[in-house]
Every structure is written in structure tokens, then in C-alpha cells.
Design a protein around this ligand. Structure first.
Ligand SMILES: [Fe+2]
Length: 346
């Protein structure tokens, strides 16, 4: 088995491949590492055939949907997953065939209702059901401490004690543990009594994961994260630096239209000399009247540099092929002390 473990902060993803056939599966990929996964698979001579989420993640952005689009391979999850974009839904006891490898599904609800562990040769990919010296929490949507008790004590912990535990989270840099080690020293597994275990899980007072709203929304729907939306827009537009723009403004270059896409009060509070006002919310409504010549070079600017990227992308999409965005925004422009005009421009 070809095996790669990729950490993103505390999130762990795994690339598992069949050495004979070069078929591979990617388990719990994270959005920011898409290029790394594809590059690792290529370096190892593997072709990714399946994209697997062990459960609906609430704390990070799954890359399965985006990688499925890029690679034209199926997204695989347990059949209880609420995500509509899952191509292959699995049930307990079923297997994914990966060349000579068999990825065996063990349904382990508790952390979430759609949690599953995957048994592949000597490794058990435990998702957030069993972590090193911990377990997944049960206080997030569809969590259930009673179900986690059954999944752990009646399923996972009865497997071969020598199995390597490969969790979806590990924050202390340990690559894996074993079932035997977890039985011996995992503090959450020392209460073998169901009621005591459930009481312990219910009394954990854990802070909510950052980005939980966006993670659940995008992971359950397949929708884009805001960062993804911005990255896609940024990939379609050229940028101009603050210093380059300042030089061009001072040279009074008249082939460049500086388009301030903030609201009027922000614009009148201080804008780049000569900039025109066209708030992002009115761009499509006013573009034909305000920008009649699509061959002009238009530079969009906003407060932080994000909305202007979207605006420049929109302008390019509708035929302004020379639209660019400012690399940075008015906040950065002010901070470096570049010239500002207050009030309405001429
Ligand atoms: Fe999780």
C-alpha cells in the first residue's frame, strides 16, 4: 500500500494507493491543499480514483466536491450524509475496491450520524470517531454520545489491537497510534460503563469550531466558501500594485479609468484622485451608461481589495477585457500615505 499523510494544521488527510495498479483514494481532503494532493499523487505514480469524507466536517472545508470537479472522480460518503453531491453512498459492511486494496466501511455514528471508519490492511482510518488520546465530540449537529459509545466499545475497540489508528485530527504531531495504545491510555476510553461515558461526553465544555457555519453550509451543500469564490475571481483578473497605480495617477494617464466600487460615503471620505464612483451593488445596472467603451483599461478598487477583485472579474466576464483590480485596497492606500481626494471628484 502506498500511503501519504498530509497535515493541515490539526486536520489530517490521507492518500492511500494500490502499488500494483496505481489506483488511489484520498481521505478527508482539505480545501487549501488541493494542489498538494494532486502533486503528491503524481509524484507517487498514483491516480486518484475516489474522494472520501469520513463524515460531514464542521471545522474545516472539505475539498471532495472541488476535486471531484477537477478530476472527474466520485465523492464517497456514508449513506447518511446529507450532502446532495455525494456520488457513491456506502453502508456498513460494504467495500470500496481500489486495485488490490479493499477499503472496508464500518459505520460509526456518534460524532456525526454519517461517521464511518475505513479499514484498509493494517490501518484503520477513524475520522473523528477515535482520535489519539481523545474521541470526536458529540455536541455538534447530529452528534450522539450514546451512539458514539456503541461505535467505540462495540465496534472499533473490538478490532485487532495491532491496527494502526489514523484519525482525521491530530494536533500534537503524532502520525498514528494503535487500538491497543488507545485502549490502554486514551483518557476518554477509561470509562467502560455506558452511562458514565455518556455523562462524560455531555459534560465536556468545548468551544465551537471557528468557521462552523460556513463549514457546515458548504460541506453539506457543495456550495463555495467565500475564500474559494474570491480565489476563483482572482485567478481570472490581473492586478496592479499600489505604487504602480500611484505613479500612473500622478502622471495623469488618461487611458486608465480608476473605478471605486465602494459606497458613496466611503468614496467621499477619501478616494484616489480622479477615481469614478460606481458601487459594486450598482455595477451591472449602470455599466452600460457609465462605461460605454469596453476597450478602455479599467482598474477597480475597494476598501480591502476583495470586492474590487469580484468587480473586475464581473467586468471581464461581460466584455471589459482590460479590467484589472488593485492589489490591495483603499485601507492599504491610506496606510502608505498616498494622495487622497475628499468629497466628490471633478
Ligand atoms: Fe469532525
Amino acid at each position: 500500500m502506498v500511503f501519504e499523510q498530509i497535515a493541515t494544521g490539526g486536520c489530517q488527510s490521507y492518500l492511500v494507493g494500490c502499488a500494483e495498479t496505481c489506483a488511489a483514494a484520498l481521505i478527508d481532503p482539505e480545501m487549501s491543499q488541493i494542489d498538494r494532493y494532486v502533486a503528491l499523487a503524481a509524484r507517487d505514480g498514483l491516480r486518484i480514483r475516489y474522494l472520501i469524507d469520513t463524515h460531514t466536517h464542521a471545522d474545516h472545508f472539505s475539498a471532495t466536491r472541488e476535486l471531484a470537479r477537477q478530476l472527474s472522480v466520485p465523492v464517497v460518503m456514508h449513506r447518511a450524509s446529507p450532502a446532495p453531491f455525494v456520488d457513491m453512498r456506502l453502508g456498513d459492511g460494504e467495500m470500496v475496491v481500489l486495485g488490490r486494496l479493499r477499503l472496508q466501511v464500518i459505520h460509526t455514528p456518534g460524532h456525526t450520524v454519517d461517521s464511518m471508519c475505513l479499514l484498509v490492511e493494517e490501518r484503520l482510518f477513524t475520522g473523528d470517531t477515535l482520535l489519539i488520546d481523545a474521541t470526536g465530540r458529540t455536541d455538534l449537529p447530529s452528534g450522539d454520545p450514546e451512539a458514539l459509545y456503541d461505535s467505540l466499545f462495540h465496534r472499533i475497540l473490538r478490532l485487532d489491537p495491532a491496527l494502526k489508528v489514523c484519525p482525521a485530527h491530530e494536533y500534537k504531531g503524532r502520525s498514528h497510534s494503535t487500538i491497543a495504545q488507545e485502549l490502554a491510555s486514551n483518557p476518554r476510553l477509561q470509562k467502560h460503563d455506558r452511562a458514565a461515558f455518556v455523562e462524560m461526553m455531555r459534560s465536556l465544555s468545548l468551544t465551537m469550531p471557528t468557521h462552523i457555519t460556513e463549514a457546515l453550509r458548504t460541506n453539506m451543500s457543495g456550495g463555495k466558501t467565500v475564500a474559494q469564490l474570491l480565489a476563483e475571481a482572482a485567478a481570472t483578473v490581473p492586478f496592479m500594485s499600489l505604487a504602480e497605480l500611484k505613479a500612473r495617477v500622478e502622471a495623469a494617464e488618461d487611458d486608465l479609468i480608476v473605478l471605486d466600487v465602494r459606497e458613496r460615503d466611503a468614496y467621499e471620505g477619501g478616494h484616489i484622485p480622479g477615481a469614478r464612483l460606481l458601487p459594486r451593488g450598482q455595477l451591472e445596472l449602470r455599466v452600460n451608461k457609465d462605461l460605454p467603451d469596453p476597450t478602455r483599461r479599467i482598474l477597480a478598487c475597494c476598501e480591502l481589495g476583495y470586492i474590487s477583485t469580484l468587480a473586475a472579474s464581473t467586468l471581464r466576464e461581460i466584455g471589459f477585457l482590460h479590467a484589472v483590480a488593485l492589489d490591495g485596497g483603499m485601507k492599504a492606500w491610506r496606510e502608505v500615505g498616498y494622495p487622497l481626494k475628499v468629497g466628490r471628484d471633478a
